[in-house]
Write a protein that binds this ligand. Structure first.
Ligand SMILES: C[S@@+](CC[C@H](N)C(=O)[O-])C[C@H]1O[C@@H](n2cnc3c(N)ncnc32)[C@H](O)[C@@H]1O
Length: 643
């Protein structure tokens, strides 16, 4: 089972608990940290909290917050249990046995529910590019009361009729409401999957950016807002409008308020100077912030002396804190109007900077007006990401060009540029992290992960979710077909590069399809989104195997329900003629035998796992055999479960 002892919620509670000495205030802070979506204007909204727990609550008319027609339906959607699982589809996968990447075909609401337990608190970066609600776009027709059944109906209709089923037309009175109702439960479930230091990036434009910010504020908490980045998506602009719009947005929220982002590598041009130690930039030592000056930082106001007569090959002079015959030019931190400011460094820090070295880190340079500026040589090669992304690589057209290079230019509209997703990954992911995109489209995120791994030797794993949305095309009847084909073509290309000696890493993907659970008894009345509840629910309900369930399908369903991700390593062993799977570094053994015997069970125990999971039907109602297995396990300190 997944380790929930250090679950994100518990840890954030610990942190706030330290903050307030008043026990009641502390409890309230804890509740706010656990349920940021139930806090309004910094106060806990009890009605919202009750609504989140499934109670029917009449809403009052006057309160700050985002409200729309259908919000309570969206909350209900969260409480609705899924009866689905993910069926492995080896034939459509690439290098099934060797890959940890996953593409999932299905409605992302159901898929996010299926992933709740195994991926809880494990995803470092989520990038999504949902429908922008520009009018007339396809919006999946959620039916909360029968999520999987309506998905199955949807896929059948897609196959039979092959056309778009639902569009959200501007004319419909509930235009924004429908979109919000679609987004709310998905974002809520997505947040559960983020790691403590996880970050979500959402592409959006003017149609819904205001609503999306409200929604993300509600779900993540305003304090987890990181930035609303402006992405220049079009250089010329949409000239048919009064203002030629050239941008869209990228909203960034973190799972917790104090999450740090990686800095970006500076370009060479950003370090324009060089000495024998290497390249550097010059940063003025005077504090240019007018909030600080001699008036409030008197200890940072003192003279620095310059040796104006001896300049180095770049025209810089040495400095000192003491006046001498050579160091005879006195410099104070004054701004251009002569106002007394202050230095950024204290006397002690300056004195420790080895000012007499051949290449000192602090130098002086004469201005055109004859005065002198004191500079720090900054050799920092990284810089914080800025809030406007205007590089050519982020222009929307670039996404189409990239898809065109793979021979798929005409099959998918508005794919995102690979560099856009890559920048998100650069600033928010490390080399071993899990990246999730549940509006995958053409699969840009997969390409971004493959290429970034190749560049920095990383082993990030992606999980992509894409609906089999009909395209009306014969070659690619659904968008999910396009996703898979793009990823395959990127793999071929990168494999070609590997043949030339390039490193490539994991170039494959496992394909899964949303499908009904392989266990025919499931209690849909039980609502659960928290991992503990899911586990309890699972233990109570999954005790009959569907007749048509094959080994891989059962294995992956049991893995997900045991808290193991789709990229978990599976070691297959043959034990007394039956396939046995060793997982979680041998800690868990899953046996799918339908003919359990004492000898067979003994062989499982001999593998010395912490836990054994068998099919209940394998015992064929032989309670004595099952009891014996239970006792044997207990005597070896092994947990025993049946499914
Ligand atoms: C704007 S596109 C994403 C494009 C993608 N970023 C790219 O670069 O190709 C949004 C995608 O979300 C998919 N989508 C919409 N509703 C969905 C749902 N309920 N489940 C899964 N995918 C869905 C659409 O089919 C569409 O492919």
């Amino acid at each position: 089972m997944a380790d929930t002892s250090g679950s994100p919620n518990t840890r954030s509670v610990e942190r706030v608990a330290l903050a307030s000495p008043d026990p009641v205030a502390r409890r309230l802070e804890e509740l706010k940290a656990l349920f940021p979506m139930a806090a309004t204007d910094g106060q806990l909204d009890w009605d919202k909290l009750r609504a989140l727990s499934g109670e029917a609550v009449a809403s009052g008319p006057e309160r700050y917050g985002l409200s729309w027609a259908g919000k309570s339906d969206a909350l209900k959607a969260l409480r609705q249990t899924t009866t689905a699982t993910l069926r492995p589809t080896v034939a459509e996968s690439e290098k099934w046995d060797r890959t940890g990447h996953a593409i999932i075909e299905g409605d992302n609401l159901e898929v996010l529910k299926v992933l709740q337990h195994a991926y809880h608190g494990r995803v470092k970066v989520i990038y999504i590019d949902p429908p922008y609600n520009t009018g007339g776009e396809f919006i999946y027709p959620d039916d909360y009361s029968q999520g999987l059944a309506s998905y199955q109906r949807f896929t059948r209709q897609v196959n039979e009729e092959g056309h778009r089923l639902t569009t959200n037309l501007d004319k419909s009175g509930r235009y924004h409401s429908r979109w919000l109702t679609m987004m709310y439960p998905r974002l809520y479930l997505a947040r559960n999957l983020l790691r403590e230091d996880g970050v979500i990036f959402v592409s959006i434009d003017d149609h819904e950016v205001h609503n999306l910010r409200h929604l993300l504020d509600e779900i993540f908490g305003e304090e987890c807002f990181v930035a609303q980045v402006i992405v220049q998506s079009n250089k010329r602009g949409q000239t048919y409008k009064e203002v030629a719009k050239t941008h869209e947005y990228l909203l960034i929220y973190s799972r917790n308020p104090d999450v740090a982002l990686n800095e970006l590598e500076k370009s060479e041009a950003a370090l324009p100077y060089a000495d024998s130690k290497g390249s550097f930039d010059l940063w003025e030592l005077r504090n240019r912030n007018p909030k600080f000056g001699r008036f409030n930082r008197p200890n940072l106001f003192f003279p620095i002396y310059v040796d104006a007569a001896a300049l180095d090959e770049n025209g810089y002079a040495k400095i000192s804190l003491q006046r001498s015959a050579a160091m005879d030019v006195e410099v104070f931190p004054l701004n251009s109007e002569g106002v007394e400011g202050c230095w950024r460094w204290s006397r002690e820090k300056i004195a420790a900077a080895d000012l007499t070295s051949a290449t000192p880190e602090l130098v002086a340079r004469q201005r055109k007006d004859g005065g002198w500026n004191i500079y720090e040589k900054s050799r920092k090669t990284t810089t914080k990401v800025k809030s406007i992304w205007a590089e050519t690589g982020f222009i929307s057209e670039q996404g189409t060009v990239e898809l065109g290079e793979l021979g798929l230019g005409a099959v998918f509209e508005h794919p995102k540029p690979v560099q856009l997703v890559q920048r998100c990954l650069r600033i928010a992911s490390g080399p071993e992290d899990i990246v999730l995109d549940f509006f995958a489209g053409s699969g840009t995120t997969a390409q971004a992960v493959f290429e970034l791994n190749r560049e920095d030797g990383g082993d990030r794993k992606f999980v992509l979710v894409q609906l089999p949305e009909p395209t009306g095309r014969k070659d690619f009847p659904t968008i999910a077909e396009i996703t898979k084909e793009r990823v395959r073509r990127v793999i071929r290309r990168l494999e070609g590069a590997r043949a030339n000696g390039d490193r490539a890493g994991d170039l494959g993907f496992k394909l899964f399809k949303l499908a009904p659970s392989n266990f025919s008894i499931w209690d849909p009345a039980l609502a659960a989104t928290e991992p503990e509840q899911l586990t309890a629910q699972w233990e109570r309900s999954a005790d009959h195997v569907r007749a048509d369930a094959d080994g891989d399908a059962l294995l992956y369903e049991l893995m997900l329900k045991s808290g193991l991700t789709l990229s978990s390593r599976v070691d297959r062993a043959d034990v007394a003629g039956d396939a046995v799977y060793r997982l979680d570094e041998g800690r868990l053994v899953i046996c799918l035998s339908r003919e359990m015997t004492r000898e067979r069970f003994g062989a499982l125990i001999a593998l010395r796992p912490r836990s054994i999971l068998c099919l209940d039907i394998g015992f064929k109602g032989n309670d004595a055999l099952k009891m014996n297995a239970q006792l044997e396990c207990r005597s070896h300190g092994i947990q025993f479960r049946t499914a």
